[in-house]
Design a protein around this ligand. Structure first.
Ligand code: ZN
Ligand code: ZN
Length: 357
């Protein structure tokens, strides 16, 4: 973990900052190892300070990377920021403008005084977090494996005749049985309900002869997985099968475009063109994918406007969908590691249309 603080300190120096205030809990965890909810880190070329209050001081002693000087502050840690910084003044302190409220910014500005300049520097830690190290990849692979095992176990009891909510609950319990947590509330959406990309499971029985979208993920040692499969509960009418094949073709095209180099929007375009060419462009109303790590949605993004370029070590989803309002939806999502040798697909469930009675 020390290497992370070193990499961040280099970024801070590049931006001509004396230090960066890291407050977002996911960023703090990635940087320092601390898993509590009230911790702040200050990182710069000559500063590695971690602040927490009395409730977490022992946890910090266990978890914190040794390169950090541990300090105990008040519950409101902002008051302890200025005294923890190097002595020289004036001093430029970066803060995460993407995660800081106007109110917190105003308070911090008052607390640090006139000789410390607050400089907007959001996204610096997130950019580093986007490239996973071997330990992180190991945890994400574990999470993906557990999630797939949990789905297989759940599907063994069938789909038709169970309620969406019962299937979602069984799936999440199967993750907990494997010492994992759901990384987000599972989506189980049958028939027309599947046309809502963010459908919540209902107390409604899943009928035979329909499509069911199941979007699910596990979290293991802090790291998430994310996968979607669309399954059939019996023979389908013609168009549902055609749309399924279309989404699968788009998904495979998107996967082939995943490699170091292209911008997120370029990868998105490869899959989107397949769906547009079939006349369903309007029915694919979200981005192709997103990064996954400590958070289930993080950098980099694959969407129409995403400028960030893919790099080896990124973990992203590839999840095109076609949603036909009032009828059905199809989404197929794999979790993928970007490597120099092409995509390493972590999702192991079959992608050919599978019938589960
Ligand atoms: Zn998903
Ligand atoms: Zn996703």
């Amino acid at each position: 973990v020390s290497a992370r603080a070193d990499a961040l300190a280099a970024k801070v120096a590049e931006r001509e900052l004396d230090a960066l205030l890291v407050a977002d809990p996911f960023n703090v965890r990635w940087l320092s190892g601390f898993t509590g909810t009230n911790g702040l880190a200050l990182v710069g070329p000559d500063v590695r300070v971690f602040l927490t209050d009395f409730r977490y001081i022992e946890r910090a002693a266990d978890e914190l990377d040794a390169s950090f000087e541990r300090r105990r502050g008040e519950r409101d840690l902002l008051a302890d920021v200025a005294p923890a910084l190097p002595d020289r003044r004036p001093l430029r302190l970066g803060f995460d403008d993407a995660h800081t409220s106007v109110r917190t910014h105003r308070k911090l500005d008052e607390l640090v005084g006139d000789e410390i300049e607050l400089v907007a520097a959001g996204g610096v830690v997130e950019e580093l977090r986007a490239v996973k190290d071997a330990g992180e990849l190991h945890r994400i692979r574990d999470a993906a494996r557990i999630a797939d095992e949990a789905l297989r176990e759940t599907l063994a009891a069938g789909l038709a005749g169970r309620t969406e909510r019962a299937v979602a609950r069984a799936l999440e319990n199967a993750m907990r049985d494997r010492d994992a947590q759901p990384s987000f509330p599972s989506i189980v959406a049958a028939g027309a309900h599947g046309a809502l990309p963010h459908a919540e499971p209902r107390d409604v029985e899943i009928p035979a002869g329909t499509l069911v979208v199941i979007d699910f993920g596990a979290q293991r040692e802090g790291y998430c997985s994310d996968c979607t499969r669309t399954l059939a509960t019996g023979a389908l009418d013609g168009e549902a099968g055609d749309v399924y094949d279309l989404v699968l073709r788009a998904q495979r095209a998107g996967l082939e475009a995943v490699r170091p180099g292209p911008a997120g929007r370029e990868v998105d375009a490869v899959a989107r063109e397949v769906i547009e060419a079939a006349g369903h462009g309007e029915a694919f109303g979200h981005g192709l994918g997103h990064g996954v790590g400590l958070e289930v949605h993080e950098a980099p993004t694959l969407s129409k406007k995403a400028d960030q370029h893919l790099a080896a070590g990124n973990v992203v989803t590839v999840e095109p969908g076609v949603y036909l309002s009032g009828r059905f939806g199809v989404r197929i999502e794999d979790l993928v590691v970007v490597t120099d040798d092409g995509p390493e697909i972590l999702s192991s469930m079959a992608k050919e249309l599978t019938v589960v009675d």
